[in-house]
Design a protein around this ligand. Structure first.
Ligand code: AMP
Length: 398
């Protein structure tokens, strides 16, 4: 079965077409500036040329139509016709408490995704638009929703509740949801394979460190705690997000800057994190270079990040009363040997020893701890699209 995986943003749409026989990537691409003018970059994996040009995309429907046109075209295509695409899997950001697993999309599911819009006002409407656009162009091809939040629905109340009046949870659904669930699920399963043990017997900590970063404690294959919260602003300091801060800072800043809560929240989401502290960049490569050139604020931002990751990992070791394996993934986790080394420096009390030669490698699933290390440390490139495609296949076939 061939499966189209869609990750739809408000003005963008990322896609991959996978052949599930051998789980082979056939093509991938990105539509940008949807609703503004429109640009499509399409990369077939069969040796045919890349298409990278402006294409009019007044709405997501034209974007999907353009993607299907390229996927099936003689010059850039990878399939003979749309009929070869057996199903579509969508990344949906928020499933609230309704979805603990992926689900085949029908009218009730669409209503439930819409009910979660107040919890993810920027993301869920775009995800809905993507599903509707596929329906408009592809008719009755089965569609599946895979939620970022679903994996964390196994967290117990002590981990997901905030200590605020209970009605805010029962009436307004204020609680920790957590995000990056698809990534944490993928890398933890892969880690168990690499360690050669059933996931049910393992205590794992997954560090997804990219533009957005979150850590997840996974006990017996289930998420038991995670660092992002009601929204993805919580937890670690990130590229531009502040992570955990004292909530009273908001009132203090409002009183002293004349900015309202909305403006301040925007600053905490978009102008904070390592960008805000360093004043240099949200990209860790730029921070590494600036710190090497003697920029103290860039060095401080990096130190703050390493420290926050190490503290969170330590708290999850406590939460699970032990840990067998720690996983690094996503842009920073997969590529930055110096970040991994700096974090693991804090963790020698766990008996962790890193093998520098292994830590220097890139682009593969690899154990970077020594044979003697009491806790195994792994780098596992994440693959959320593959999880979405696998879930889609499983639900459609069975
Ligand atoms: P992601 O959100 O997973 O795509 O991660 C993107 C981020 O990964 C970028 O903003 C960079 O901060 C980081 N990154 C990518 N490559 C490297 C690298 N070689 N060294 C350090 N950070 C990197």
């Amino acid at each position: 079965m061939k499966i189209l995986v869609i990750n739809c943003g408000s003005s963008s749409l990322k896609y991959q077409l996978l052949d599930m026989e051998g789980e082979k990537l056939l093509a991938k691409g990105l539509c940008e500036r949807i609703g503004i003018d429109g640009h499509l970059s399409h990369k077939p994996q069969n040796g045919k040329p890349v298409f990278d040009e402006d294409v009019a995309m007044p709405t997501h429907t034209e974007a999907i139509a353009a993607v299907l046109d390229k996927l099936t075209s003689a010059e850039y295509g990878v399939v003979a016709s749309m009929d070869e695409i057996g199903a579509v899997g969508h990344r949906v950001v928020h499933g609230g408490e309704k979805f603990a697993e992926s689900v085949r999309i029908n009218d009730d599911v669409m209503d439930a995704i819409a009910e979660c819009i107040p919890l993810a006002p920027l993301h869920n409407p775009a995800n809905i638009t993507g599903i509707e656009a596929c329906k408009a162009v592809m008719g009755d091809v089965p569609q599946v929703a895979v939620f970022d939040t679903a994996f964390h629905q196994s967290m117990p109340g002590k981990a997901f509740m905030y200590a605020i009046p209970y009605e805010y949870y029962s009436d307004l659904k204020v609680r920790r949801y957590g995000f990056h669930g698809t990534s944490h699920r993928y890398v933890s399963k892969r880690a168990a394979e690499m360690l050669g043990k059933p996931i049910e017997e393992l205590k794992l900590i997954s560090c997804h460190m990219g533009n957005g970063s979150s850590i997840c404690a996974i006990n017996g294959g289930k998420s038991v705690d995670t660092s992002m919260g009601f929204t993805p602003i919580a937890g670690l300091p990130m590229g531009t997000r502040c992570g955990d801060i004292d909530v009273s800072i908001l009132e203090y800043l409002a009183a002293n800057t004349g900015k309202d809560v909305k403006e301040l929240t925007n600053i905490l989401n978009k102008k904070s994190g390592v960008l805000g502290v360093s004043g240099v960049s949200s990209d860790f490569r730029d921070l590494d270079n600036a710190a090497a050139d003697g920029n103290d604020r860039a060095a401080l931002a990096l130190d703050m990040f390493h420290y926050a990751v190490a503290k969170t990992v330590g708290s999850y070791v406590a939460a699970m009363n032990g840990v067998d394996g720690i996983i690094f993934t996503a842009g920073i986790g997969e590529n930055s040997a110096s970040t991994r080394a700096a974090i693991c420096e804090y963790l020698t009390y766990l008996g962790i020893e890193i093998c520098p030669e292994c830590n220097a490698k890139r682009g593969e699933d690899i154990v970077i701890s020594t044979a003697d290390s009491k806790v195994k440390v792994m780098v596992i490139p994440t693959n959320e699209e593959l999880v979405i495609a696998r879930d889609t296949k499983a639900l459609v076939e069975g």
